[in-house]
Design a protein around this ligand. Structure first.
Ligand code: GGG
Length: 361
């Protein structure tokens, strides 16, 4: 039996609903597996903490998180706090401070889910977006001069390092060797004339080390169109920080909605804990109503199990979610009438069946 310590940050809005839902499933998975025991330690950080203290997390927040095996996060954002303050006060310092330079965002069409695209069945869309997660367009280098005047100047620099660019692209090629051996790179080297030609140059150099993997570079404007017109053609897509973020909201939409989308912020060397969070935000419009879709958070929980060395347990969660959706137990964003708790109860039932944990009942 392995003891696994997880720092839990439900955060804001629906994070307060979908995180407890996922913890319930994770606890049952551990009971059924008998191979692991969770120790969940909850941190009350986020926008309410900001309203109360002026900080999204304490000054020593990263030190408090450092020795956990993983971080499990819900959502960040609240209309009372400007978005750039909430993001740069919690999520981004964790991603950067713990060198979580890989952001894995799977896009897969699950059974029982209707999507806006016609003619696609379960599994026919199945690819992985790998987003660079620590540099690129998300830089805090820049400034604002003569604010509020007609002569105002605002500058935000992008930062692409050779190390940062090469390691994410190489990770994508390695990952593609585990799937259909195809990598697509997102670029914009026609309009963005320093960073993106550099990105392409590194992409092509890394591709030469992987003759067994086919590779393509597409301008981001064409790529978003291909996501809609031929999503079945992708295997692994690698993108800079901003492009990856935008692509995966679209990825969420083509797998049924942003509430479905999972993500993992990984430090591959395990020098620091990795962080698991769904792609969606805090959804203040539906927060507190008990109807948030827990699938993104549950799928994220499965990615965490896999990362921590429990792939079988992760597979139970994904399979249980698939069966729940096939049963038609779906929240309103997917066209159903179920509440968050209904989905969780059905997922628990399927986890028990899949793991034969219900044998004694
Ligand atoms: N689930 C985490 C969350 O609330 N994300 C909201 C968000 O806006 N994230 C921006 C980003 O991932 O760059």
């Amino acid at each position: 039996m392995k003891r696994v310590r997880v720092a839990v940050i439900p955060g804001d809005g629906i994070g307060q609903e979908v995180v407890p839902a996922a913890l319930k499933v994770l606890r049952r998975v551990a009971e059924c597996s008998q191979r692991l025991e969770w120790e969940f330690v909850e941190f009350p950080w986020g926008c309410q903490y900001y309203v109360d203290t002026g900080m999204m997390m304490p000054d020593d927040g990263l030190d408090q998180l450092r020795y956990f095996n993983a971080i499990f996060l819900g959502a960040v954002g609240d209309p009372r706090v400007p978005d750039h303050l909430s993001l740069w006060g919690l999520l981004l310092p964790i991603r950067r401070g713990f060198d979580q330079y890989i952001n894995l965002r799977p896009v897969k069409l699950l059974p029982g889910v209707e999507i806006p695209l016609k003619g696609y069945g379960p599994g026919s869309i199945d690819f992985l977006v790998i987003r660079e997660n620590t540099e690129g367009e998300y830089s805090n280098i820049g400034g604002r001069l003569r604010a509020g005047t007609p002569d105002e100047v605002v500058i935000q620099n992008s930062v692409f390092t050779r190390k940062g660019t090469e390691r994410v692209i190489r990770y994508a090629f390695e990952r593609a060797r585990r799937s259909r051996r195809q990598v697509t790179g997102a670029t914009k080297s026609n309009g963005i004339n320093y960073t993106m030609p550099f990105w392409d140059e590194v992409f092509r150099a890394v591709a030469r080390d992987y003759p067994d993997v086919s590779s393509h570079l597409y301008h981001i404007d064409a790529l978003v169109a291909y996501f809609v017109t031929r999503p079945e053609s992708f295997d692994v897509v690698v993108a800079s920080n901003l492009f990856g973020d935008i692509l995966t909201d679209l990825g969420g939409a083509i797998q049924g909605g942003i509430g479905m989308a999972a993500s993992a912020n990984i430090n591959p060397e395990n020098h620091f804990p990795s962080m698991f969070e769904p792609v969606h935000g805090s959804a203040p419009d539906i927060a507190g109503r008990g109807i948030a879709n827990p699938v993104g958070q549950l799928w994220t929980a499965a990615l965490m199990c896999e990362h921590l060395g429990f792939p079988e347990e992760g597979a139970w969660i994904i399979k249980a979610v698939e069966r729940t959706l096939e049963d038609g137990v779906k929240t309103p964003d997917l066209g159903g009438q179920a509440r968050t708790d209904d989905v969780v109860e059905r997922v628990l039932t399927h986890v028990e069946r899949l793991s034969h944990c219900d044998a004694g009942k």
